[in-house]
Design a protein around this ligand. Structure first.
Ligand code: DP6
Length: 326
């Protein structure tokens, strides 16, 4: 047994994963598609130590407690059963972006943990097996395993994983993220999924997804932002419609969120090619081509309520790094 340090990027979904058909296995109610974000990283080191009595987990320099700790330990348990040993592990993980603000920290967290823990356990999983394993930790994490743009399909444990539909060099898309809040969300996506089916809009969204997915896949193939954008916005709004109308209702938006959505639409009317998306949080992802990224960043920085702006191109898949965190 040894120690491994890896890096993973979170992803932004153009077609969202919202609702599950199996909560234990994280099998999604619908296929989803995303782009990895190069500028945001989670770096994780795992070392199995035979002398340890319990797993020790540090996230962003603090000991993990409660649900975060339990989810990491459950994931280490999956790796232990694959490897056939019971040694406990020391896990140190750091994000260079704010966790819990709709920037998908669980995606990069579980993609990184899956690779670091399997490597430290002496296992060498192929991309598909690694993506399946990451899915068991957090559904969206399976899409952070392949590089570039990933499609997650499949409705059983064996078939449900993400695969690359285009590499990172295929297209210079940029995600310019308007941060309007840093607070931790009250209801995270992990607990929110279970509410999807209580919304009268859930089935309607699921019926619309195949059409959006088809158009977005074609748009990625043809590098055609105007083909992707309207479908991406429609699905983000549909997902938030489901969230808002579930029981209990989830409302992630703040007034600043709405200001950014309206600004993006008015900039588009002026001719700027930019489209929005949102995850389970108030921050707004503005997708554009690299030639327009600086202009959009500057415009966002000048909007009232925008506290910061992150700019990211297309990211790699999960990968080992040469150094260790501890
Ligand atoms: C809104 O992957 O965080 O970001 O599988 O329960 O860990 P669990 O959920 P998670 O859900 C992500 C939801 C989303 C949309 C998306 O990324 O597709």
């Amino acid at each position: 047994m040894s120690k491994a340090t890896v890096v993973a990027n979170p992803n932004i979904a153009f077609v969202k994963y919202w609702g599950k058909i199996d909560e234990t296995l994280n099998l999604p109610a619908n296929p989803s598609l995303s782009m990895n974000l190069a500028a945001l990283t989670t770096v994780t080191t795992v070392e199995f130590r035979p002398g340890l009595r319990v797993d020790a987990v540090t996230i962003d320099d603090r000991p993990a407690v409660g649900e975060s700790f339990d989810r990491v330990v459950a994931h280490l348990g999956r790796v232990r059963s694959l490897a056939g040993f019971s040694a406990r592990a020391c896990v140190v993980s750091r994000n260079d972006f704010p966790a819990g603000t709709g920037l998908a920290s669980s995606a990069s967290a579980f993609a990184a943990l899956s690779l670091a823990a399997t490597r430290a356990a002496g296992l060498d999983l192929d991309e598909r097996a690694l993506s399946r394993l990451a899915r068991l930790g957090s559904g969206s994490a399976c899409r952070s395993v392949p590089a570039g743009f990933s499609l997650w399909e499949g409705d059983s444990d064996g078939t449900s994983f993400a695969r690359q539909v285009a590499g990172r060099g295929h297209w210079d898309l940029v995600d310019v993220v308007a941060i309007v809040a840093y607070e931790h969300k009250r209801v995270g996506s992990h607990s929110g999924h279970g509410l999807a089916s209580t919304s009268p809009l859930h089935e309607a969204r699921l019926a619309a997804v195949p059409g959006w997915l088809k158009a977005i896949l074609r748009g990625i193939r043809d590098r055609d932002l105007s083909a992707i954008g309207p479908c991406m916005e429609a699905d983000a709004l549909a997902m938030h419609g489901v969230m808002m109308t579930s029981v209990p209702s989830l409302l992630y938006w703040t007034p600043a969120t709405v200001s950014v959505l309206q600004a993006v639409r008015s900039w588009r009317e002026e001719g700027l090619r930019v489209y929005f998306s949102l995850d389970a949080g108030p921050n707004v992802h503005c997708l554009c081509e690299s030639a327009d990224a600086l202009e959009i960043e500057q415009r966002l920085r000048n909007l009232a309520g925008v506290q910061d702006v992150l700019v990211s191109g297309v990211g790699d898949g999960v990968r080992p790094v040469a150094y260790h965190l501890f």
